[in-house]
Ligand binder design. Structure first.
Ligand code: SF4
Ligand code: SF4
Length: 189
């Protein structure tokens, strides 16, 4: 493994959430040029979109937005704690940027996850742990049918997310090999 490849892997998964966001933004600038040439990745990003929307709509229909807002405002807050922000990685952030989400990170947020916006999580494609998490408040108040549909929709998104992440990793290795990605792009400053 070359030095750049070693640096590449640690840059994707180590570091603070805002360092990962900085690297993801640099990679987005490269992908904006290269994505039209990456037919499989471009097509996978298009394919996942309606599934993400179906999941979001079902979560809204279940009232999860209001439930989580009430919970987050209550004593002890919700589950989107500052600690949870570490579950994100560069590829997952990059995917959201490529889907047109203007991801930001709130450095002032010491208790909540810095990716938590005024209307909930900013991400369309969330860290896997976040998407899989259904707390007791959710499990208590929901019908078995609604919960089954939630799991089904979330699993579909997760399966496709894993495929796209693999595709992007392969593309990134090729971009490094071809000299489109330099050491500076991956360095945490
Ligand atoms: S998922 Fe559960 S614990 Fe987390 S904010 Fe929503 S209601 Fe609260
Ligand atoms: S769901 Fe979003 S806002 Fe909540 S902890 Fe996960 S990344 Fe942060």
């Amino acid at each position: 493994m070359t030095l750049l490849n070693t640096l590449f892997l640690s840059s994707l998964y180590d570091g603070s959430p805002d360092e990962k966001l900085i690297i993801a933004r640099r990679l987005q600038a490269i992908f904006d040029d290269q994505l039209p040439l990456m037919s499989q990745s471009a097509s996978a990003l298009t394919t996942v979109h309606p599934h993400v929307m179906a999941l979001e709509q079902h979560m809204q229909a279940m009232g999860l937005g209001q439930l989580c807002s009430r919970c987050a405002a209550g004593a002890g807050g919700g589950c989107c704690s500052a600690y949870m922000a570490d579950n994100c990685d560069v590829i997952q952030i990059l995917l959201n940027l490529l889907m047109g989400i203007p991801v930001t990170f709130d450095h002032q947020s010491t208790e909540n996850c810095g990716f938590l916006g005024p209307y909930g999580c900013q991400f369309r494609l969330k860290p896997i742990f976040c998407l899989n998490y259904n707390c007791t408040h959710i499990l208590r108040g929901v019908s078995p049918q609604s919960l089954a549909l939630l799991y089904q929709l979330a699993n579909t998104v997760l399966r496709q997310q894993a495929i796209i992440e693999d595709l992007l990793l392969t593309e990134l290795h090729t971009l490094i090999k071809d000299g489109h990605i330099k050491k500076d792009t991956l360095q945490q400053h």
